[in-house]
Write a protein that binds this ligand. Structure first.
Ligand code: ATP
Ligand code: MG
Length: 331
């Protein structure tokens, strides 16, 4: 069983990324052949600075390694180092529907947030994402809830490819956690916590100091009631319940039961304490790992060599099936 996922080096990663995606990456190493990459080519679809991007790749890499990705047990690399992703993106454009791309809610949200250029790359983003996954013939893609629509699109592209050019690609499945798949912004609990689109006070960063985490959680927006239970009119409290459930590895019902009689103040404090304990070891390891850039670079280069070996085979099959380039005997 092969697992693939990518994470953007845009800004600092947050609690939503950690709960929704990163913990699943770590667990995936025990469940199958896991392949993960830092998707620098996706980060260029919004306004960015080249020097900042290069640094942010190291920040994200160190965060993932601190969280428990082990280069001995997974393939870990930087997307831009494996050029096959870009070529496959273009080849897959032949089997990607414009109408479907046009319905992607992430594009609509992010396009609306751009101050000047809305790049074509932002629109084409899901095709590159499809290439990322399909290049490795991955069976499973661990992601948060917001990526469901993109996974559907890549499944459609793979099915269309196989129907049109012959059985070549694996149609992947999304793996979305049951609790914590959509952590909301603490200040705007109708929006997902986001690296690029959230409020600073409403976004708990993996690397935040304990004091900062406590402050953000204690000042999170809640309703005017006092009951610790989930409900459509209780977005803020529902979010905190999900966070505590995910961090403790229990169900939201258990959290509701435990804090039945507690007020919001005590509940928020308990969430803050749990999140602080949860992230502290990651932050400590991060600083050690981040200090050694040559080592991070070495790890990602070694990973890229392994990734390339898989992706070049897929690319050769795709080109052959599509009639691109000369006929070459298989193998
Ligand atoms: P942006 O909002 O700019 O897209 P991001 O915060 O979504 O940034 P990504 O690198 O795009 O960060 O996402 C990495 C992974 O984290 C993806 O699998 C995504 O589904 C997951 N994820 C992102 N935000 C959340 C969230 N609020 N709750 C749970 N999972 C999330
Ligand atoms: Mg995202």
């Amino acid at each position: 069983m092969r697992i693939f996922s990518g994470i953007q080096p845009t800004g600092r990663k947050h609690l939503g990324n950690y709960i929704g995606a990163i913990t699943q990456y770590v667990a995936g190493q025990d469940r199958g052949d896991a392949i993960y990459c830092v998707v620098d080519l996706h980060a260029i679809t919004v306004a960015y600075e080249p020097t900042v991007l290069r640094e942010a790749v190291y920040d994200t890499a160190a965060t993932l390694l601190a969280a428990g990705l082990d280069p001995q047990r997974c393939i870990f690399f930087r997307q831009g180092d494996v050029q096959e992703h870009s070529e496959l993106c273009w080849l897959l454009s032949a089997v990607t529907s414009f109408g479907e791309l046009n319905r992607m809610t992430q594009f609509k949200d992010k396009a609306g947030a751009q101050r000047d250029l809305v790049s074509a790359g932002l629109f084409f983003y899901p095709v590159l994402q499809a290439a990322d996954v399909l290049a490795y013939r991955a069976h499973e893609v661990p992601v948060g809830e917001d990526q469901r629509q993109h996974i559907e699109l890549m499944r459609d592209a793979a099915e269309r490819f196989n129907a049109r050019f012959g059985e070549t690609l694996v149609v992947p499945e999304a793996r979305i956690p049951t609790v914590g798949a959509r952590i909301m912004d603490l200040q705007a609990p109708d929006r997902k916590m986001s690296t690029t689109g959230g409020t600073p006070q409403g976004t708990v960063l993996v690397l935040d100091e304990p004091k900062t985490i406590a402050k953000k959680i204690r000042s999170s927006v809640t309703d005017s009631g006092s009951e610790v239970r989930r409900g459509p009119d209780k977005a803020g409290i529902s979010n905190l319940i999900d966070i505590l459930a995910a961090v403790r590895g229990i169900s939201p019902e258990e959290v509701e039961g435990e804090f039945d009689a507690a007020g919001y103040g005590a509940f928020k404090q308990a969430v803050a304490d749990a999140v602080i304990d949860y992230l502290a070891p990651v932050r400590e390891r991060y600083h050690e790992l981040r200090a050694d850039e040559p080592e991070l670079e070495r790890i990602m280069q070694a990973g890229a060599a392994k990734a390339r070996a898989i992706a070049t085979e897929t690319l050769a099959d795709v080109r052959r099936a599509m009639g691109v380039g000369p006929v070459r005997p298989r193998g």
